[in-house]
Ligand binder design. Sequence first.
Ligand code: SF4
Length: 352
Amino acid sequence: MVFAALGVFMVAITRCPVSLAARAIRTVSVSRSSPTTMTSGSSRSDAFSAAPNERVLVPTSRWLSLLDELRGLGTFYVALTGGEPLAHPEFLTIARGVRERAFALRILTNGALVTEPLAGEIARLLPMAVELSLHGASAETHDRATATPGSFAAMLRGLDRLLQHGVTVVLKTPVTRLNEDELDGMRRIADGRGVPLRLDAMLTPRDDGDTGPLAYRATPAGLQRMYRALAEQGSLPREERVKGGANCGLGRTTLAIDPEGNVFPCMQWRRAPLGNVRETPLGVVWSGSEERERAAAVARAANDRLAEAGPALAAFPYCPALAQQLTGDPLQPDAGHVEQAEAAAQVRLASA
Ligand code: SF4
């Protein structure tokens, strides 16, 4: 059963424009076991080319029946994302459906819609974590990154409400040249509230393929600073690649579904939908997809390619979907990736 290994289910339940991230610099966090990717806005897929009011969205009843299908397929956690998932009119119904079926729940939000009552409702869901993006230590920097005045204050309000209700929160920062000088300040914001801060310098193009956000990549000095900070907290990224393994869960243990029901092997791999769950049972989409098998083969090939690419690249997390977007070849790291891997390797050496 292919699905016995299916572990991660990312659901973008809305593309609502309330999403601050829709215009924000985006980051993709890469790890061998738990890929977490945020997406928002429009997609390059033809399936999304219709105007928003022409799109046919997955109804809540289908989200709930999908959860039932996932239970039978061995899934163990579900992440709700967007756009802004809290903007979905039936967010709580879907989130409760996740927990009633005993999945671990993660919610990826910009925090702006977290009212006092909603914070209480989220606390009752006992989510594994609510993840919020912190783009700077000041309103000026954060709001510039999100292109939304007031977003910094709104995010902090939401964060504090969640914390007052005892919700487990994680702050995530895409490190850029806009905020690389504010790492200490962002650390103080996180430490002052007792929440973890995850730093990641990997930026992704917009969903329409626009590579504009990559112009904000951290400088070489900023990368060094970030990896030193990660080394100090014992969380410098490190992969242990063995030939014959797999780079990530792509096509194997991850699955993403967008608001229209298109299924992808992960949130970042958007070459072509595997199918659509508005029309087809999820198990049929997954097991009958040659695109998924191609994606899984890429995950294995990427591991082997990286294992032989020298110590810096071999030890650094890699995203084949991002490489596909930037170089046209999922096995070919782009220059920015190489720069980050080498910066991390230098810091690793220096702190050994
Ligand atoms: S391609 Fe792999 S590393 Fe990249 S987002 Fe998908 S699962 Fe994660």
